[in-house]
Design a protein around this ligand. Structure first.
Ligand SMILES: [Zn+2]
Length: 532
């Protein structure tokens, strides 16, 4: 049979079970027809076959980000102010200026919002206060969220509109920052306190913003070698994914975890994992246990080194978590839970042990999203329960320098514990959690392999893994997390032809240079979706 596409003379890293490296690959009807030596594959070249000469370049399976919020970020870019370092924000004054400009084109009384603020990237090395946000506008409610998404700051107008005063107590599962002397609220909002202030705020972007924003960011993903992302979705994002797919404009494949508050509606309709097709499919429900690593609010059992007596923040209670998860699990839903710190992970495992005992299920593939701070006991329980952790890929590199003072070097040896999990044969994958970190997948591989920060400092070196292992986390293991291992994640006959051409040899380049490897071309179903 003549192939539609043939790639010759390459170094094809198949990521098959033998970790074999081949020279050539043929594609027919969007699937891989054969892999082998160039001489074996050449006979499948016919008059209509497109031929790509790899000329020694490396071909790898399409890369998969196992947890992120691309759909939300895409829309947010159009809806709200980007306050990240990448957007040119380097000080509190920069934040004030950006918000002031947005306020000037926003009707008085309407919300002015910003996202991606990161205190560690500001000259002042702290978040702005409520009064500093008042300087941007006194006539608009202003709220900005941090890079971790679990901590926000609001101005006085926002507090006033929400009816929150000095005397308002902290909500369950949340906390207001206060001046230690006067008790006055200083603007900082943790977890449920964010919801209290945001009552009345517009819930989200328009359908057009969701569509256009998603299309743009997913195209950027393809240019970085991502052929699939596993996103967390609410109604607007599900809608945008389907709008894009139905118009034939979805740039890459999507897998989705729906927010668990959608469980009653989904269950009423009989919708659970499996709805969709190879381009977009629902996989599970997402539940939230605790704070963020990048904001240093993950719920841990030993206090943060730079904040005495601070153990992070839980975003739920044991009772609420048990009831919510048990209801969904009983009905056959797969649970993906955000559990970052060892305190939160232990609670998640307690609940899943009970859930599995009450409602045993074969091959449940429940996931711990992040699973950042562990210990030998938790690792053993994860192994026994068959939980799939998906860990942060780019964090060591991108956030590493601020993690050292917060967690200390000893605990960093037990964070993002790729080596520990692989040695236990636990099927881990990795992710960017974008917007919590940048999403170039090669930055993630770089972080997982080198375990050094941007400034070059070692971060938990005992958890280093090999390049091939890191590649598996972003390919075949990620495919397993979305029940796609029979059709994605490696370059083997019969699988969908998702592949990336790299302009350097990933397996032999000095590992410090992985982050800089250029992506030459990205293909999905054997079709070029990006070319340099
Ligand atoms: Zn997330």
């Amino acid at each position: 049979m003549n192939a539609d596409l043939v790639l010759l003379n390459g170094k094809i890293v198949t990521v098959d079970s033998q970790e074999s490296v081949q020279e050539a690959l043929a594609v027919k009807f969007g699937r891989i027809l054969a892999v082998g030596d160039s001489d074996d594959i050449k006979p499948s070249i016919g008059p209509d076959t497109e031929v790509i000469d790899l000329a020694g370049r490396t071909l790898i399976p399409g890369l998969i980000d196992s947890h992120c919020h691309m759909m939300m970020v895409g829309a947010n870019r159009l809806l709200t102010e980007d306050l990240s370092e990448e957007a040119g924000i380097g000080s509190i004054k920069d934040i004030q200026d950006a918000l002031r400009l947005r306020a000037e084109r926003t009707p008085k009384g309407d919300w002015v919002t910003g996202f991606q603020e990161d205190d560690s990237k500001l000259a002042e090395k702290r978040h702005p206060t409520r009064w500093e946000l008042d300087a941007a506008s006194k006539d608009h409610p202003v709220i900005i969220s941090t890079v971790g998404g679990h901590f926000s700051m609001a101005n006085s107008k926002a507090f006033e509109m929400a009816g929150v005063t000095k005397d308002t107590p902290d909500p369950v599962g949340g906390k207001f920052d206060r001046d230690p002397e006067t008790g006055e609220k200083t603007g900082g909002l943790h977890e449920q306190a964010i919801q209290m202030i945001m009552t009345g705020a517009p819930v989200g972007p328009t359908r057009e913003q969701s569509y256009e924003g998603a299309k743009q960011i997913l195209k950027e993903c393809a240019a970085l070698g991502l052929t699939m992302v596993y996103d967390t979705v609410h109604q607007p994002q599900i809608r945008a994914v389907l709008d894009l797919k139905n118009n034939g404009e979805l740039p890459i494949r999507m897998r989705m975890d729906a927010a668990i508050d959608l469980f009653p509606e989904l269950h009423k309709l009989g919708i659970y994992r499996g709805l969709g097709d190879d381009w977009a499919r629902l996989c599970g429900l997402k539940f939230f246990f605790d704070g963020a690593i990048s904001a240093r609010t993950a719920a841990v059992t030993e206090p943060y080194l730079d904040k005495p007596d601070f153990y992070g923040v839980m975003a739920t209670t044991r009772e609420i978590a048990t009831e919510t998860i048990m209801n969904a699990y009983m009905e056959g839903y797969r649970i993906s839970a955000h559990a970052n710190g060892d305190q939160a992970i232990a609670m998640f495992l307690d609940i899943m042990e009970e859930a599995q005992a009450k409602y045993p299920r074969e091959d449940p593939r429940n996931r711990d999203i992040h699973c950042s701070v562990i210990n030998p006991d938790l690792a053993g329980r994860i192994k026994n329960l068959g939980i799939l952790p998906t860990i942060f890929g780019p964090y060591v590199y991108y956030h590493g320098d601020k993690l050292i003072p917060a967690f200390g070097e000893k605990r960093l040896e037990w964070m993002f514990a790729a080596r520990t999990f692989l040695d236990l044969d636990v099927m881990i994958s990795a992710h960017s959690d974008h917007p919590c970190a940048p999403y170039p997948p090669l930055m993630a591989l770089h972080g997982l392999v080198n375990r050094t920060s941007k400034a070059g400092r070692p971060i938990g070196q005992s958890q280093k893994i090999s390049v091939m292992e890191a590649l598996k986390l972003y390919t075949i293991n990620a495919a397993y997390h979305s029940f796609d291992e029979d059709r994605l994640g490696s370059l083997e006959p019969g699988k969908l032809a998702d592949m990336v051409i790299l302009d350097a040899d990933l397996l032999s380049i000095p590992t410090e240079e992985i982050i800089d490897i250029p992506v030459d071309m990205t293909l999905i179903d054997g079709e070029v979706v990006y070319t340099k």
